[in-house]
Ligand binder design. Structure first.
Ligand code: UDP
Length: 468
């Protein structure tokens, strides 16, 4: 019998931890099957990721450090979205685009079977084709986001002249024949369009980037499961006329014990352990959202007003930014004992897994939703940008959480709404069915067998469909 071909895969994620971490998780799963990976990022990000790599897989996963070209607007040490304000992400994208020559050298010297990347390197698919390397877009945002926006990106690329206005996205577009509830709110799509027009430094909007990688890639891999909302996967395949392979939810199972930067888990687990089962609200807005001072005040005072214990991850931008916003005066002192404001990277998965956590106030990043539901935690949803709003709407429809109301004209929200919804989700009778439904979701989002099946199919696909 012919010996099985050992694959070599290059992974090239966007410089956000919400992207790099799932790319690394997938790298580990590929390596566990005996294949090899070159994981490419910048030096500081690689140093931050290395602790997440189990020693047994180190020989199979090469961590390749490419220095980030310097852009004067970026703080010296900034190499990820976590290090900067949301409005400066455009400069990070510009620097990222400057990695192209170094990446080509990596591809020429490694000659991999596949390169897998996400939305940012719009310039990569034609280069991969020239080098004869199979290339795939790994989407860490959901199928509904790509299905919702991507055909319009294609229109723009094709120069149809059809300029879509923000209002066009507040209803499901005609190419979505189901799920009438999945649409943007006006304030949110205004924000997305606003950010896109600020994308001046990088010269290329996210929509354009996403359209290019979708149209140029040999396949689309997506963090989604055939057991959950499969219609969207079929729709994507139809819309883009190329294989769409779900890699499963990659639920957070058996976290590596070395994954504890700064030995933070011990004090956190002691604090969580001092609270009764299901009583604590875990609050985190992921790795990219930066709050304005007024938003931070309403959120803080809402947490206080609810009277529920909370663990709030409110990271400063790695100390690189002096003008970070701060909780309102006296808030930390008043809530001491009942609440924690954690100002560095938190071991989110371990926290969500802890039995004292009863609910998750989240910005609705796709990874956070998966992680919350894998542990059956109901969601209090406060989406900000990108796919987050659509994620929230799908989850409301599934009755696994409730969304904080925002003013349609300016997107503001109030402390009383934050407090009321927390109490509803966590303790009130009205929220019981939502709590039950979130628990039921564990069977889908945390299903280890489904996860293994998806990964086996995915790796089989990589082996069968490579160009070389
Ligand atoms: N995360 C974490 N600790 C933090 C903040 C975030 O471990 O203090 C992880 C979280 O578990 C998730 C990812 O970072 O895996 C955030 O991804 P998500 O898609 O939810 O949001 P994004 O950061 O992309 O907006």
């Amino acid at each position: 019998m012919a010996e099985e071909h050992k694959l070599h895969i290059v992974m090239f994620p966007w410089l956000a931890f919400g992207h790099m971490i799932p790319f690394l998780e997938l790298s580990k799963l590929i390596a566990q099957k005996g294949h090899t990976v070159s994981f490419v990022s910048t030096p500081r990000n690689i140093d931050r990721l290395i602790p997440k790599l189990p020693p047994s897989l180190e020989p199979l996963i090469e961590m390749v450090k490419l220095p980030l070209p310097r852009i004067s607007e970026l703080p010296e040490k900034a190499e990820s979205t976590m290090d900067i304000q949301t409005s400066d992400i455009q400069y990070l994208k510009k620097a990222f685009d400057g990695l192209q020559p170094e990446l080509i050298r990596v591809l020429e010297t490694r000659s991999p079977d596949w390169i897998i990347y996400d939305f940012a390197p719009y310039w990569l698919p034609p280069l991969a084709a020239q080098l004869g390397i199979s290339c795939a877009f790994l989407s860490l945002v959901n199928a509904w986001f790509i299905a919702f926006l991507a055909p319009s990106a294609q229109d723009m690329l094709a120069g149809s002249g059809q300029r879509l206005k923000p209002e066009d996205f507040t209803v499901p577009p005609p190419w979505i024949p189901f799920s009438s509830k999945v649409a943007y709110r006006l304030h949110e799509i205004n924000r997305i369009f606003g950010l896109a027009s600020e994308d001046i430094a990088s010269g290329v909007s996210d929509m354009y980037r996403t359209g290019k990688v979708l149209m140029g890639s040999d396949a689309i891999f997506i963090r989604h499961s055939v057991e959950f909302e499969p219609d969207w996967l079929n729709l994507l395949e139809e819309l883009h006329q190329r294989p769409v392979i779900p890699i499963g939810f990659m639920p957070p199972l058996g976290e590596d014990s070395r994954d504890d930067e700064n030995n933070s888990w011990l004090p956190i687990s002691e604090w969580l352990g001092s609270h009764s089962k299901g009583s604590v609200v875990y609050v985190s807005l992921g790795s990219e959202v930066t709050l304005r001072q007024d938003e931070l005040n309403e959120l803080a005072l809402g947490l206080e007003l609810s009277g529920l214990p909370f663990f709030w991850v409110l990271r400063e931008q790695s100390g690189l930014n002096d003008d970070s916003v701060k909780p309102p005066d006296g808030f930390v002192e008043r809530t001491r004992g009942s609440g924690v404001v954690w100002t560095s990277w938190a071991p989110q998965i371990k926290i969500l897994a802890h039995e004292s956590v009863g609910g998750f106030l989240t910005h609705c990043g796709w990874s956070s939703i998966i992680e919350g539901l894998a542990f059956g935690r109901p969601l209090i949803m406060l989406p900000f940008m990108g796919d987050q709003g659509l994620n929230a709407r799908v989850m409301v429809d599934k009755n696994v959480g409730i969304e904080v109301r925002r003013d349609e004209s300016n997107g503001s929200f109030t402390r009383s709404c934050v407090a009321d919804l927390q109490r509803w989700v966590m303790v009130e009778d009205g929220g019981r069915s939502c709590r039950d439904k979130a628990k039921e979701m564990k069977a889908i989002f945390g299903d280890e067998d489904s996860h293994k099946r998806h990964i086996s199919n995915f790796i089989e696909y990589l082996g069968n469909q490579r160009l070389k």
